[in-house]
Design a protein around this ligand. Structure first.
Ligand SMILES: Nc1ncnc2c1ncn2[C@@H]1O[C@H](COP(=O)(O)OP(=O)(O)O)[C@@H](O)[C@H]1O
Ligand SMILES: [Mg+2]
Length: 328
């Protein structure tokens, strides 16, 4: 079958700005595609075109075989959309919000009620169903917004940074919930700034920056472009930096990256433990004291750096903050 989502030569210009510049994207049925990119990359613009909220400047975009320009209603009936900013009404209860969405889908009242209850149950909001949304936490709002995107039982879910700003526990809950939906056959386009999120959820990842696709592949393929895993070492004394760099050059392949007092070198994935042990031994033999030593998978920052030669912005997930900050 043809792609569930097909984007061919899509451009969206805002005056002189090319927010989306000649993007191609093919997403087969039941795939979860991660669309990864820093702030301003063009993710939301692409999402808005897919959701028929914005007309392309040029290009062809279809969802389930329907053209977003010629048959927007057919597209709308197939998709559910949830965004970074929950589009729920504060002055209504959770249940009322979802029932209204059901009525917008022109469901009979009893059916709208049934689906609202179903969505509330799935997102663990049943206990809060009759409270005003005004009293909800940020995570609850986001869950309710996701619930709203499910009322129409869409075949295609478009999620625009669904977990940005959420606490780590709520993120994990949302991830588990999304996995359930995919098991049931949904096709998902998930935009995110977080490599770990794309890694967890996406079958395939498209990386965009300044309106262009700059990489595309599975998480492992993308990380492979960094050239392996990364051994990092931080000497206690700055005076040891040069000697540590020298030792790391022998251990790894390619150049040693220096980031303040942290040194990073890539090592083959299948030799990561061996490389770490050798590093520890040799630094110890050389009498160098370390404040930190480790080996890790590359982050989005590293993938970005490898592909574009520049550091991405805002790419560190809340749960990852500690682990990655040192390598910035
Ligand atoms: N309605 C608009 N008018 C003018 N510029 C816009 C508009 N929407 C987005 N942009 C610009 O387009 C670029 C891409 O934005 P966006 O798609 O929101 O990126 P992302 O969602 O990846 O952060 C940014 O430079 C943004 O400022
Ligand atoms: Mg956005």
């Amino acid at each position: 079958m043809t792609s569930m989502i097909s984007v061919q030569g899509l451009s969206v210009h805002f005056g002189a700005l090319r927010a989306v510049d000649n993007i191609d994207l093919e997403i087969p049925k039941n795939q979860v595609r991660g669309l990864l990119g820093p702030n301003g990359a063009g993710k939301t613009t692409l999402v808005r075109v897919l959701a028929t909220l914005l007309e392309p400047t040029s290009g062809t975009v279809t969802v389930g075989g329907h053209s977003v320009e010629r048959h927007p209603n057919s597209v709308r009936s197939m998709i559910g959309l949830a965004g970074q900013y929950a589009a729920v009404d504060d002055l209504l209860t959770g249940r009322e919000n979802l029932e209204i969405v059901g009525r917008l889908y022109q469901l009979p009242k009893t059916e709208a009620r049934k689906r609202a209850d179903e969505a509330l149950e799935r997102l663990s909001l049943t206990d809060a169903a009759d409270r005003l949304v005004r009293t909800y936490s940020g995570g609850m709002r986001r869950r309710l917004d996701l619930g709203a995107s499910l009322v129409g039982r869409p075949e295609v879910l478009i999620l625009d940074e669904p977990t940005t700003g959420l606490d780590p526990r709520t993120r994990l809950e949302l991830w588990a919930f999304l996995r359930d939906l995919v098991t049931e056959g949904a096709t998902v386009l998930l935009t995110t700034q977080y490599m770990d999120e794309a890694d967890e959820l996406a079958d395939r990842i498209t990386v965009i920056d300044t309106g262009h696709v700059i990489a595309d592949g599975t998480a492992d393929e993308l990380k492979a472009r960094v050239g392996g895993d990364l051994v990092t070492a931080s000497p206690k004394r700055r005076a040891d930096l040069a000697r540590v760099a020298e030792l790391l050059t022998d251990i790894g392949s390619g150049a040693v990256r220096v980031d303040e007092n942290q040194l990073t070198v890539s090592v083959p994935v299948d030799a990561r433990v061996d490389a770490l042990v050798r590093t520890a031994q040799r630094l110890d033999e050389a009498g160098i004291e370390l404040s930190d030593l480790g080996v890790q998978r590359p982050s989005l920052d590293d993938v970005f750096l490898a592909i574009t030669g520049k550091v991405g912005s805002d790419t560190t997930a809340p749960t990852e903050t500690k682990r990655h900050r040192g390598r910035r």
